[in-house]
Design a protein around this ligand. Structure first.
Ligand code: MN
Length: 231
């Protein structure tokens, strides 16, 4: 096969304990999946799950032991953090039942669903797509992926985000409205999941703005923490 220009190398994320990397296929995100966050965004807190996507190359990888650098994005003056558990899919499938979902999971990572909130809100008001608010360059920071067998308690793990060492978000994965298995069931009803897919599962309450110079630290018990500096 030859190409009219050299195709880019796959976007990839490091895996804890391995030299092989996890090649990213798609990035799916679950909207409003913690009740306290849905309430702070002006919603009732309980609704059928809904999804949006980010481009695979929106991934911003924090290599183990180092801090990722996120350029402050264009067109916004209200860049928000959303710390999220990321599910990495290792085995594809469609119409996966929640009871079988664990067979499709490769592992888990800490991620940030960075959001141009002002643009997202403008698009919501106009009934337009969220892409410009959610799917921009570097909008999906992620730390190393831990294989699922190494984190059996992930469904109850504490999840938190600090900005410059101060708590902004703190909850547990148990507070998900649609848990990991249910999210996979619903998502795979709409799209055929593939190895390499990442699912950002939603954020708890406490989202807010970050500024140039801020350092974000996302943590989920049992996973390597994620550090991002905004420049
Ligand atoms: Mn989110």
């Amino acid at each position: 096969m030859s190409y009219v220009f050299p195709p880019p190398a796959p976007v990839s994320v490091p895996v804890v304990g391995l030299t092989e990397r996890f090649a990213v296929h798609r990035i799916y995100c679950v909207g409003r999946n913690y009740e306290d966050h849905a309430l702070e965004m002006g919603h009732t807190g309980r609704e059928a799950p809904f999804f949006f996507l980010k481009p695979a190359d929106a991934v911003l990888v924090a290599e183990p032991g180092s801090m990722a650098v996120m350029p402050y994005p264009t067109l916004t003056s209200n860049l928000h953090h959303e710390v999220e558990l990321v599910v990495a899919i290792g085995v594809g499938g469609s119409q996966i039942l929640a009871a079988d979902a664990h067979q499709h999971i490769y592992g888990y990572a800490v991620g940030l669903d960075m959001t141009r909130r002002d643009l997202q809100n403008d698009m919501k008001k106009q009934g337009r797509p969220w892409c410009i608010g959610k799917g921009f360059d570097h909008s999906a920071p992620i730390g190393a992926i831990t294989p699922a067998a190494q984190v059996p308690g992930i469904g109850q793990a504490e999840i938190a985000l600090q900005v410059n060492g101060i708590d902004r978000q703190r909850s547990t994965v148990a507070q998900l409205i649609w848990n990991i298995a249910e999210s996979i069931e619903q998502l795979s009803a709409a799209w055929t999941l593939q190895p390499g897919d990442l699912i950002y599962t939603g954020t708890p309450a406490g989202v807010g703005a970050v500024l140039r110079g801020d350092t974000l630290t996302g943590t989920i018990a049992g996973l390597p923490s994620l550090q991002v500096r905004v420049e």
